[in-house]
Design a protein around this ligand. Structure first.
Ligand SMILES: Cc1cc2nc3c(=O)[nH]c(=O)nc-3n(C[C@H](O)[C@H](O)[C@H](O)COP(=O)(O)O)c2cc1C
Length: 173
């Protein structure tokens, strides 16, 4: 499975990085991130292909790159709004719109609180197009005791939504 992960300027970029860290070996990840996050990432994960969000000519800008799924974690309200109205002004928004036009899985993890009616309208519109709207929301079941447990729970829920096998949390029985 070819999985494209994008990290935008909302709080919680760390979650996007952790999302990649726990991926099983058989998943082939590609990453789009901002310039600053890129420097850190290149040192910590040298084996992953990273694209610059300003490089609008990079491979994920085309449907012929054929990613199976795209996840934007976290997804800012800015990026959410642009996707909802079809603006593709950088590689992240372009890749998201490619996922929609190619009818591939697209998961957005919007992070904002409280949510404005504008963002809720955008989420509703995208959800009706089949986009998975999966914000990082707290849970207190599944034996969650630490922040790390909570992160693993969230990442596991995102993997579930994308059909990626995992063992990151104890399932409800
Ligand atoms: C420290 C910091 C935290 C931010 N957190 C959020 C956030 O949680 N959610 C959000 O929608 N925007 C947040 N923003 C605002 C976005 O970074 C801003 O809207 C930016 O234009 C998003 O650009 P992008 O969508 O291209 O990444 C934050 C900005 C800063 C400086």
């Amino acid at each position: 499975m070819k999985l494209l992960v994008a990290i935008t300027g909302a709080s919680g970029a760390h979650l996007g990085l952790e999302f990649i860290r726990y991926l099983p070996k058989e998943i082939e990840p590609f990453l789009i991130i901002s310039d600053n996050a890129k420097k850190v990432f290149e040192k910590e994960y040298p084996s992953i292909d990273i694209f610059d969000t300003n490089d609008i000519a990079a491979a994920p800008a085309s449907g012929s790159f054929r990613v199976d799924a795209t996840a934007i974690i976290p997804c800012s309200m800015n990026t959410l709004a642009k996707i909802a109205v079809g603006i593709s002004d950088n590689l992240v928004t372009r890749a998201a719109l490619v996922a929609i036009k190619e009818q591939k899985k697209l998961l957005l993890a919007p992070r904002e609180m409280p949510l404005s009616p504008i963002s809720l309208e955008h989420m509703s519109k995208l959800a009706n197009l089949g986009v998975i709207i999966a914000p990082p929301i707290l849970a207190y079941y599944s034996q969650i005791k630490t922040l790390k447990d909570l992160e693993k729970f969230l990442i596991g829920k995102w993997y579930d939504a994308l059909g990626i096998e995992h063992n990151l949390f104890k399932r409800w029985e």
